[in-house]
Design a protein around this ligand. Sequence first.
Ligand code: ADP
Length: 368
Amino acid sequence: MMHQAAVSLGVPTRFLAENSDDPAAQVSPDVTIGSARSANDLRNFGRSCAVMTFEHEVVDLDGIATVDCLVRPSPAALAVVADKLSMRAAVAAAGAPGPPHVAATSVEAISAARADWGRIVVKLARGGYDGRGVFIDPSDAVVAELVTRSPLLVEPMVPFRRELAVIVARRPAPADGGLAEVAVYDPVHTVQHDGQCAEVRAGEVDAATALAAQRIATQLAERLDIVGLLAVELFQLDDGPLLVNELAVRPHNTGHHTIDACVTSQFENHLRAVCDLPLGATALRSPAVMVNIVGNDNGDDPRDYLAPALAAHRDARIHLYGKHARPQRKVGHVTVCADSLDIAAERAWQVVEALHGSMDAAPNRRRQ
Ligand code: ADP
């Protein structure tokens, strides 16, 4: 998706991909096979780049600090978000609100947190994504296993009303000490199934909440000196306040609707920011719902159902990533813009269900 944005702007790109059938390698004519987890591969690749950027955060942090080209976002920003404990510390240092939490490496520390808070959530500090690495009210047996994978972050189960996400794009700060240009998107309501984002609703958040979320995101982007995108995942409590749950410094799943529903997509604004080009308008053109397409348990490939899915709704925009469909793997998404969010959601889910061949096969069927 970043490649598509680069094509439109005529920005020459080359990709470092682990395998020749990775999504970017399938569409780019200029691919180097290698790993962002290898310092050597990063250094060799960096020799042929003016700017290096990322679509994930699984990067060798020592290696990335030694490459020759510009790295945006900076190695320091990547290091902050690669570890949930350092990320929480950075959020607190920036004066942004977050849930209470403690670091834990022992069964005793987790028991103490449970005694204080009742229901708890235990998270691997490093390496988790899409809820893999998040354990809600873990049993004693799970806790015993988890402490072998420490460091862990432990926090109370937050009784949130809904989850929101907001994305801000930021250019490098000018050399004269002036303020960096930023462009912030409307916050979205995100719906998770088993810790994984299933549905994103854009155009639902009230103006006061939206402003509060945008202020938090902009303040964090400034304080962490982000160049590129910063995505901020938030819990909204019953009485309105927001808590920062998670940060990402790259294009984010909760911004995929921006391709079809906003004036400038998150991918294009990420590229513009890291290339130090003027940012594009973020305005939402219409209410929109994005639903992820996730691999089936029965091994069917959604690509085999493209024709019925295209026929299911002519307003739907289907994006398939060219990934093999493994259970729970995100392999694409569908966005529908409509005057009402409920209509958009109804249509998007119909298309996703068509991509699974039947309602019963769809792994993340709509939950009421
Ligand atoms: P990941 O990095 O794997 O996406 P997150 O920390 O974002 O992990 O957690 C994934 C999901 O788990 C969240 O979107 C939320 O639905 C749920 N979750 C995480 N932490 C808490 C918490 N403290 N209280 C309640 N739910 C939580």
